[in-house]
Write a protein that binds this ligand. Structure first.
Ligand code: TXA
Ligand code: MG
Length: 341
């Protein structure tokens, strides 16, 4: 009898459960250690000027699949390939429009990702089967040093669980990915604080798919006419453009600047920008008292995380910024964070 039941059990088709082996996560600024792990096909969180990335060898399919597992990221959402020298772009891209070259010359290293036709060497796992690849040269001394010492580029999405707020400090990464990755390369807080601006090309026309750390004004100054196509949620070319993204777990509501702020209670947090003299009981968090857009962008994700974990906050309210400069990218994040199905 016992024998029969053992045989029966072994014949059952068990559901596939990914094998998860916890690892100790170290936070260190050792480029050598990061390099050694990446060369073994492991994942390392890396600092950039925008947000922390979760990196692996972009040319190693198995390592790239591990990124998707660790982030619980759907496989249809392609990754950005990070390079350490401008000239490395030709390793991954088949063709470079003149305007792409102009933008790379003007803004790399920096918060600009260009979408270009891909070479075969870039695995489909990185690009989710698209025949284009997103490429960027980040502006962070440690990560540039690391990239320049490696003989492969790094695929890296933001180092957060899919859909949650992007990390801008090593601690943010640790809070969510500890025991899942062996190392966080400690490069301090990210200067820019919002993700890169993503630009593709229709012929020579630059098309902005994601608003980010490089402003539309900057792109227009170099290329003249541009198209901005950031609103559709189902177009696979509209990167990171799901309507709900960058979202805290608590409800976030956008309110207009003529709102009756005195209606908010003490359990509400209110995110504002620049001079704010309204009467309110809410806990006011000012992205920049001096209305500095760079300061506001670098504070945004930290503020959202702090409010999301603060027990004294039940609901988050935010007033949008003027739609200029980095205000455009910050508003985009706030709008997506507030989106409810
Ligand atoms: O600032 C950044 O860009 C950060 C740092 C780590 O570099 N990275 C980042 O990665 O924000 P991620 O994966 O969170 O967002 C990248 C977006 C994705 O939404 C993806 O859809 C889009 O880039 N993307 C990547 N390759 C693409 C391609 N070939 N065509 C269209 N969109 C692409
Ligand atoms: Mg992301």
């Amino acid at each position: 009898m016992i024998l029969i039941s053992i045989v029966n059990v072994s014949c059952l088709v068990l559901p596939y459960i990914p094998y998860f082996r916890p690892v100790e996560t170290i936070i260190s600024s050792s480029v050598e250690h990061a390099k050694a792990l990446l060369e073994q096909g492991q994942l390392v969180a890396i600092p950039t000027e925008t947000v922390y990335g979760l990196a692996a060898n972009a040319l190693d399919k198995t390592a790239v699949i591990e990124i998707f597992n660790a982030k619980q990221r759907p496989s249809f959402d392609p990754l950005i390939v990070h390079i350490g020298n401008k000239s490395d772009v030709v390793l991954c891209a088949r063709y470079i429009p003149a305007n792409a070259q102009k933008l790379m010359d003007a803004f790399w290293p920096g918060p600009l990702t260009v979408i270009l036709p891909k070479k075969e060497i870039v695995p489909d796992e990185v690009t989710s089967g698209l025949d284009t690849v997103g490429i960027r040269m980040p502006h962070h001394a440690l990560t540039l040093q690391l990239l320049q010492q490696l003989n492969f580029p790094l695929a890296a999405p933001s180092a957060n669980p899919f859909g949650y707020i992007s990390p801008t400090t090593p601690q943010h990464v640790f809070d969510q990915l500890q025991n899942k990755i062996p190392m966080i390369l400690d490069g301090g807080s990210c200067d820019v604080g919002v993700e890169s601006t993503i630009v593709g090309f229709e012929g020579e026309l630059p098309v902005v798919y994601r608003l980010g750390g490089l402003t539309l004004e900057d792109i227009r100054n170099v290329c003249g006419d541009i198209k901005v196509e950031v609103n559709s949620s189902s177009n696979p070319k509209a990167p990171g453009m799901l309507k709900s993204h960058y979202a805290p777990t608590k409800p976030l509501k956008i309110i207009s600047s003529d709102f009756y702020f005195n209606k908010l209670d003490v359990e509400s947090a209110l995110i504002v920008f620049g001079e704010f003299k309204n009467n309110t009981n809410a806990q006011v968090h000012n992205l920049s008292l001096t209305a500095n857009y760079n300061e506001a962008a670098s504070n945004l994700f930290s503020f959202l995380r702090i409010l999301d974990t603060n027990e004294n906050v039940k609901e988050i309210f935010a007033v949008l910024l003027p739609s200029i400069n980095l205000g455009v990218a910050i508003n985009d994040r706030l709008n997506r964070a507030s989106f409810q199905e």
